[in-house]
Write a protein that binds this ligand. Structure first.
Ligand SMILES: NC(=O)C1=CN([C@@H]2O[C@H](COP(=O)(O)OP(=O)(O)OC[C@H]3O[C@@H](n4cnc5c(N)ncnc54)[C@H](OP(=O)(O)O)[C@@H]3O)[C@@H](O)[C@H]2O)C=CC1
Ligand SMILES: O=C(O)C1=N[C@H](C(=O)O)C[C@H](O)C1
Length: 265
């Protein structure tokens, strides 16, 4: 098997640094460059404790031209991830994106680019297999329980709320759930925000605390019973088998996969 040539954007971050380690230790993966908004022209091993001596670029297009990667792994910020994804596709590089913050409009634009370019992309709000199962099980349960609330809990350095996983879970539930306005018809928020965000009538609550990593609970209520589905990521290594699978799968795709539930049977 030929090596898959990879560029990582956000290599100093909590997720990006795990992804560098993954690529360094995977025999058929080859790190050919890194994209950051600092340390332009320096080697990766000079700015972080990595063994890789690849160059850091602040200019993504220059990085692509000089390193000719097959795949971009993007783990940056909700603001910049979508810009990088489009740049990668425009330059014939297949994006594997863990960065959150994609709107429906962003996804449509990306699908259009994919059609023009004929290469695939994976955007995964969560790479952890347990989180994918939690989302799938929630979708199954929503056929039987219309009343559902999502509580996502993350570390306090997270930039976006609700989380990408929380939003994806709400989308998946909404696709099968019979429409319902939950709670008492006359309920009033005495304190604004007390009932959380509203996604098609599903309530979504975001908790941010130091000490947490990434957690989500989906609570269903019915006559005389509740069902709770919970997933916990205790470290960022929990996401890496999904990143590895995505890099391998994206090489075979010519369409957009949004969510790993679409490629994990
Ligand atoms: N799909 C999944 O399974 C997971 C997704 N995520 C998502 O991944 C993203 C990153 O999360 P996390 O690693 O915790 O965040 P971090 O803040 O730890 O990492 C982001 C990194 O991106 C860098 N960065 C900022 N702007 C740019 C830019 N223009 N070009 C290149 N690099 C840039 C930051 O540098 P600096 O700090 O100097 O600004 C930082 O090193 C988030 O959107 C998060 O929601 C997180 C965990 C799992
Ligand atoms: O920022 C994080 O940490 C995480 N972000 C993703 C999200 O927004 O769902 C995935 C995971 O929950 C960790």
């Amino acid at each position: 098997m030929e090596n898959i040539k990879i560029v990582i954007a956000g290599p100093r971050g909590r997720m990006g640094s795990e992804a560098v380690k993954l690529v360094e230790k995977t025999p058929h993966f080859e790190l050919v460059g890194a994209v950051d908004h600092k340390y332009d022209g320096q080697q990766l091993n000079e700015v972080n404790g990595f063994s890789s001596k690849v160059l850091i670029y602040n200019d993504m297009e220059k990085c692509f031209q000089e390193t000719k990667p097959d795949v971009l792994i993007d783990l940056t910020t909700p603001e910049i991830g979508k810009v990088h994804t489009k740049l990668a596709l425009q330059n014939g590089v297949r994006p594997v994106v863990g960065t959150t913050g994609f709107s429906k409009e962003d996804l449509k634009e990306i699908e259009q680019l994919i059609e023009e370019k004929g290469i695939g992309a994976i955007i995964a709000p969560n790479f952890a297999v347990g989180a994918i199962l939690m989302m799938k099980f929630s979708q199954m349960a929503a056929k039987y329980f219309q009343d559902v609330e999502i509580i996502e809990l993350h570390h306090d350095q997270k930039l976006d709320a609700p989380s990408g996983t929380g939003l994806k879970t709400a989308e998946m539930i909404s696709a099968v759930r019979e429409e319902k306005k939950q709670g008492h018809p006359n309920e009033k928020e005495v304190l604004s925000g007390a009932r959380g965000a509203d996604f098609d009538g599903i309530r979504l609550h975001s908790v941010r605390l130091p000490g947490l990593v990434a957690h989500q609970e989906v609570l269903f209520g019915g006559e005389g019973q509740t069902l709770s589905l919970r997933h916990d990521s205790y470290n960022r290594a929990s996401f890496m088998s999904g990143v590895k699978l995505s890099v391998e799968q994206v090489m075979k795709l010519d369409l957009l996969v949004y969510g790993l539930e679409n490629i994990i049977e």
